[in-house]
Design a protein around this ligand. Structure first.
Ligand code: PLP
Length: 400
């Protein structure tokens, strides 16, 4: 390891910049950790091979095979453990596989899980395909409308949250919800993709597990699929490790490198996403065609107070509701945009727009409207250009 390891008392952006730095050998070395691609790990002799196996079985982080990951993986794991303030990290091939890993590792036949109704929608497919077949019951609830304590059953093993929620960005009271669950011995997992792990630290607020789609802000450039799970204790690390190994999960060293590279600029990118998205949200809030803007950093947002308490910033996701618009009008608006790409996913440098599917909106108890919602990801373009594009698309839609 480098003789100049980052000091623990440095501020978090400095630590993130230097986390997992390459070691110096013979007095010199590259700034970045090398990309160590391998399937086979080669040993000096059979005794060294056996020794590695024993140390690994005892829980030491040594690799005896490529699937366990080598230096590049270790550097990324260390960086995200530092970012989320956890104990151990698991790297998976996508954000969805990170979610599936947590569900399969913690739930057994006969178990019950409570899942917030605003979570990343494909989780419901994991439930309807895999979990139901395994005799696991998932119950969806509204963390802002339902009484969590009364929903917990003796066989409830997991409380699964996402804050702010997908699509409508409903901010949850994570400390309060976690306290209720943990009091009853229920593990708390939360999807932290919205904040990139930078604006929100769920493990410090009571969650046991923080999940991220590194596909989004950690990558930052729309060129990577990856998931990350960070757990807060050795016991949970052991539980997840068993499932991770059994499922044969791993990621490529090149992908680990890309995520590590993305982490170096995460704070500066997110600060700019926030500035741009705030300007756009304020603009939308003033438009007569817009009946509601979903963005927790706006003082008019119902989650604003909780967001101020539990988050240090807001990301580039802004949804808004059209006054009186049909889904066809929402699609026409998206088609009229020139600068925004049309597509799912988000977290890259570029702006994106997509109309929300009504069936997705109806999954959220918070949703009482009957109008159409458009989700924007505000990228790193000049916000004046984005606002001009939104303004022309709004007038074009109105003129129809
Ligand atoms: C995109 C997303 C995921 C899934 O990530 P993939 O890498 O696309 O599988 C999970 N959670 C949230 C909140 C997301 O936005």
């Amino acid at each position: 390891m480098s003789a100049k390891a980052p000091a623990a008392n440095l501020r978090s952006s400095t630590r993130l910049l230097h986390a997992g730095a390459a070691a110096l050998r013979d007095g010199a070395g590259p700034v970045n950790v090398p990309v160590v691609r391998t399937s086979t790990v080669r040993f000096e002799n059979t005794a060294a091979h056996a020794d590695h196996h024993h140390r690994r079985a005892a829980g030491e982080r040594v690799a005896s095979y490529g699937r366990h990951g080598l230096d590049t993986h270790r550097a990324l794991e260390d960086a995200v453990v530092g970012l989320e303030g956890g104990h151990h990290a698991f790297l998976t091939p996508s954000g969805l596989s990170a979610i599936t890993l947590v569900l399969l590792a913690l739930l057994s036949p006969g178990d019950h899980a409570l899942v917030a109704d605003g979570v990343y929608a494909p989780l419901r497919r994991v439930d309807s395909t895999l979990l139901q077949r395994l005799g696991i019951t998932v119950e969806y609830f509204s963390p802002t409308h339902d009484d969590l304590a009364s929903l917990l059953r003796p066989n409830t093993r997991l409380l699964y949250l996402e804050s702010p929620s997908s699509l409508l960005y409903e901010v949850l009271d994570l400390p309060a919800l976690s306290a209720i669950a943990r009091d009853r011995g229920v593990t708390v997992a939360t999807d932290n993709t919205w904040s990139g792990g930078w604006f929100h630290r769920p493990l410090a607020l009571g969650a046991n597990i923080s999940i991220q789609a590194a596909t989004k802000y950690i990558s930052g450039h729309s060129d990577l699929m990856q998931g990350i799970v960070v757990v807060d204790s050795p016991a949970l690390a052991a539980k997840l490790s068993t499932a991770y190994e059994a499922l044969g999960l791993t990621i490529g060293a090149d992908d680990a490198y890309l995520a590590l590279r993305g982490l170096r600029t995460l704070p500066v990118r997110l600060a700019q996403h926030q500035r741009n998205a705030t300007a756009v949200a304020e603009f939308l809030h003033q438009q007569p065609q817009v009946s509601r803007v979903f963005y927790p950093a706006l003082p008019t947002d119902p989650g604003h107070t909780l967001w101020k308490r539990d988050f240090s910033g807001a990301s580039g996701l802004v949804s808004f509701e059209f006054r009186h618009a049909t889904p066809a009008a929402a699609d026409a608006f998206v088609d009229a945009l020139a600068l925004f790409g049309i597509g799912a996913s988000w977290g890259g440098y570029e702006s994106l727009a997509l109309a929300a599917q009504p069936e997705r909106l109806r999954e959220h108890r918070q949703w009482t409207g009957d109008a159409s919602v458009v989700r924007l990801h505000i990228g790193l373009e000049d916000p004046q250009d984005l606002i001009a594009d939104l303004a022309q698309a709004l007038s074009a839609t109105e003129a129809r």
